[in-house]
Write a protein that binds this ligand. Sequence first.
Ligand SMILES: [Zn+2]
Length: 130
Amino acid sequence: MALTEHETRELRGEIERRRGALIADLRADAERVRNDRFEDLAGAAPDPGDESVATLIADLGHANMGRDLSELRGLEAARARLAQGTYGVCAVCGGDIGFERLRANPTAVRCVDCQRLHEKTFAGPSTSSL
Ligand SMILES: [Zn+2]
């Protein structure tokens, strides 16, 4: 069943809320990375062990930002689909994704059936070559 106006409004609100939270997170991360760098510069010559731990922490921070950024990209794409009126339409079969699935995952681009098929095709543990 296609999304009702009310459902669309609810999902749009959820997308905006998550987007706002992610942007705040990313800003905080960027701020922290800047501060870390400042401490690196300000600190007295660290021994090599300390330096490698600092690098690891910085890398973890970046990995975390990467995940946030990919979710943010998904949310931006969902907003674009809302604007185009294609939100909630399965990208594979053109059917309805369904309100419950979108509420659990507002950035979903496939219906449950197509997603299952997609996962079987691309993420199966035993991948047989064509
Ligand atoms: Zn589908």
